[in-house]
Write a protein that binds this ligand. Structure first.
Ligand SMILES: NC(=O)c1ccc[n+]([C@@H]2O[C@H](COP(=O)([O-])OP(=O)(O)OC[C@H]3O[C@@H](n4cnc5c(N)ncnc54)[C@H](OP(=O)(O)O)[C@@H]3O)[C@@H](O)[C@H]2O)c1
Length: 301
């Protein structure tokens, strides 16, 4: 019988890639506030509010997972800055509760953290570099990482760089989907020129997270692409590859937008450890875009 994998935040952007690629290899159980976006063999959908501790514990015991990929989060940086109670509850408290359930149940915990735990003054960060959060979202992720490290016997902290791709299931928080919709209508897209990232495509990321859920590796891993570039250059390259006019992508002065939470300038992650230890190859931007285009409709298969 296949091993059971529990994925939180089922309709999320990253969770969709994990769920679509994990079926077959795992018996996948998704927790979500919403209805199942589709019905497939090998996928069991649990409509559960993970902010309700009892409901979370009940669902966990019902599934008795071998591994958990904890992808649910308050993941919008500006929303976290203005709704700090929800961000604290979901990103830190729920992560701590789930970590405790994993320890009790003997499940491996794979926690999704972020490149923005770093202050962005230097870039090319390795796993042992000290975090230096500059917004509330990043503060919650640093606190959650500590809760996972201290609380789960068997765990992985996966720090993700900016994730690019089209949602595989559900809607999800995909900047590329929003940008592509705007470009298709001929609308100018304003993108920060000063923010440097090492983007990873959502398909490679889902595959790498499934590797980490199923193998014996533990500890912190930077899951990132192999190219380092500004969000502006990245967006122009993607626009061009998708067949849109790249000149519609123009630089914005993001730090001048009122109410926008501060972002690290260069949050690029060094992926050498992941390249050396994971079965899934970390890809260049162009290879990642190829994969996104090749795997359109993955959820339908
Ligand atoms: N996308 C990126 O570029 C990126 C970069 C670095 C790190 N990350 C991290 O990767 C993880 C997944 O990100 P993502 O881009 O997939 O985010 P996402 O698309 O926003 O998905 C997060 C999911 O969390 C659940 N959720 C959100 N608010 C909730 C609430 N108040 N109560 C209960 N559940 C709630 C929702 O799932 P349901 O509605 O199905 O319950 C939501 O779809 C997060 O931990 C994020 O911080 C993402």
């Amino acid at each position: 019988m296949s091993k059971r994998l529990l994925v939180t935040g089922g309709t999320g952007f990253v969770a969709g890639s994990v769920i679509a690629q994990g079926r077959g290899e795992w018996e996948v159980h998704a927790l979500s506030r919403r209805d199942a976006p589709l019905s497939r063999s090998g996928l069991v959908w649990h409509q559960t509010d993970i902010l309700d501790s009892d409901a979370l514990a009940d669902a966990f015991r019902q599934v008795a997972p071998h591994a958990v990929i904890h992808a649910a989060a308050a993941a919008d940086i500006d929303d976290c800055q203005t709704h700090q109670d929800v961000a604290q509850r979901l990103n830190v408290d729920v992560t701590r509760e789930l970590t405790g359930l994993c320890r009790q149940g003997g499940a491996k915990m794979v926690f999704l953290s972020t490149d923005t735990v770093f202050d962005g003054r230097r870039g090319n960060y390795v796993e042992d570099d000290p975090p230096g959060p500059i917004n509330f979202y990043a503060e919650t992720k640093v606190a959650a990482e500590a809760a996972v490290r201290e609380g789960a016997a068997d765990h992985v902290i996966a720090r993700l760089s900016l994730v690019m791709g089209l949602p595989v299931l559900g809607t999800g928080n995909s900047f590329l989907a929003k940008m592509a919709a705007g470009l298709a209508e001929g609308r100018v897209q304003k993108v920060p020129a000063e923010e440097i990232r090492s983007p990873i495509d959502v398909i490679t990321l889902g595959r790498a997270l499934l590797d980490l859920a199923g193998n014996d590796l533990t500890g912190c891993f930077h899951l990132a692409g192999s190219d380092v570039l500004s969000r502006l250059d990245m967006s122009r390259r993607i626009a061009e590859r998708l067949g849109y006019d790249k000149d519609l992508v123009v630089p914005s002065n993001a730090s001048g937008i009122p109410g926008r939470a501060p972002r690290p300038r260069d949050a690029s992650l060094n992926n050498a450890k992941a390249r050396a230890m994971l079965a899934t190859p970390m890809r260049t931007l162009d290879e990642g875009i190829d994969l996104i285009l090749e795997t359109k409709g993955l959820a339908d298969s």
